[in-house]
Structure formats: C-alpha cells, structure tokens
Ligand binder design. Structure first.
Ligand SMILES: NC(=O)c1ccc[n+]([C@@H]2O[C@H](COP(=O)([O-])OP(=O)(O)OC[C@H]3O[C@@H](n4cnc5c(N)ncnc54)[C@H](O)[C@@H]3O)[C@@H](O)[C@H]2O)c1
Length: 115
C-alpha cells in the first residue's frame, strides 16, 4: 500500500495495536490522525512518535458519540488537508462472565463500540 504523504485516521491510537499502527504509518511517511477516548494514551503515542509527531494529530473522541464522530472529518481535514484512509481499530471486550451475568449496559457498549 502506498501511504507516503497520505492521511490515515486510526481509531484506538492511544494504546496497543492502534498505537503501533500509528507509529508504523508515521515511519512509512504517512500523516496520521490518531483518535482515542484516552487523552493520556494519545499523549503517550505523541511522545513515542518523537520527531515524527509533526505529522501526527490527536483527537479525543468516544467513537460511539455520533456528533463527535460526524464533526471529526472536518477537524482532520483542517489539520492535514485530506483524509485518504481509516483504520477503525478501537474496540473493547466484555468481562469474561456468563452471558446471563452481563449487564445490558455493558452489552450495549460493547456492541456500539465494536460495530
Ligand atoms: N490484542 C488482541 O489480542 C486482539 C485480538 C483480537 C482482536 N483485537 C482487537 O484489536 C483492536 C485493538 O486491540 P488492542 O489489544 O490494541 O486493544 P487496547 O485495549 O490495547 O487498545 C484499544 C484502544 O482503543 C481505545 N478505545 C476503546 N474504546 C474507545 C472508544 N469508545 N472510542 C475511542 N477509543 C476507544 C482505548 O482507549 C485504547 O487506547 C480491538 O478492536 C480489539 O478488539 C485484539
């Protein structure tokens, strides 16, 4: 995939696989908009990016917050000029308990975030 000078949005960029994706994309010459619910996590990704953080923007967004998601493209374009791709990596797992013991609120959050 040719990603040099492309702008890629990565959800869940504040930890784990998402953070590694952000750092790998930056190393390969992409501009990246990292999205996460965790400001602290995004700050850590910025720190790890070092000099390449000039090509990285951070956006604190809960991806189930529809108005925040709808307003995100405009914010990314204002910073990077374009959006070329999205890696929707953010996801959560439910507690490992029997399905009958899961609260509806937990089930709904897992479904909303992951789908
Ligand atoms: N790690 C694994 O073994 C594994 C296996 C299969 C699938 N996955 C999937 O890969 C993805 C990344 O996994 P990971 O292990 O890096 O997870 P992780 O928990 O380390 O990181 C997920 C990131 O997503 C963010 N996030 C969670 N909910 C969010 C929301 N509502 N809005 C915005 N950001 C949110 C978290 O703050 C976190 O920074 C997930 O979708 C996960 O389900 C992981």
């Amino acid at each position: 995939m040719k990603i040099k000078n492309k702008t890629i949005v990565v959800t869940g960029g504040g930890n784990g696989i998402g953070r590694e994706l952000v750092l790998a994309l930056l190393k390969d010459g992409a501009r990246v908009a990292a999205v996460d619910i965790s400001e602290k996590g995004l700050q850590e990704t910025q720190n790890l990016a070092g000099e390449l953080s000039k090509n990285l923007s951070s956006h604190v967004v809960d991806i189930i917050d529809k108005p925040a998601v709808i307003s995100l493209p405009e914010k990314v374009v204002a910073i990077h000029g374009q959006v070329d791709g999205l890696i929707n990596n953010a996801g959560i797992i439910q507690p490992f308990v029997k399905i009958n013991d899961l609260e509806y609120e937990t089930i709904e959050r897992v479904m909303n975030v992951n789908f």
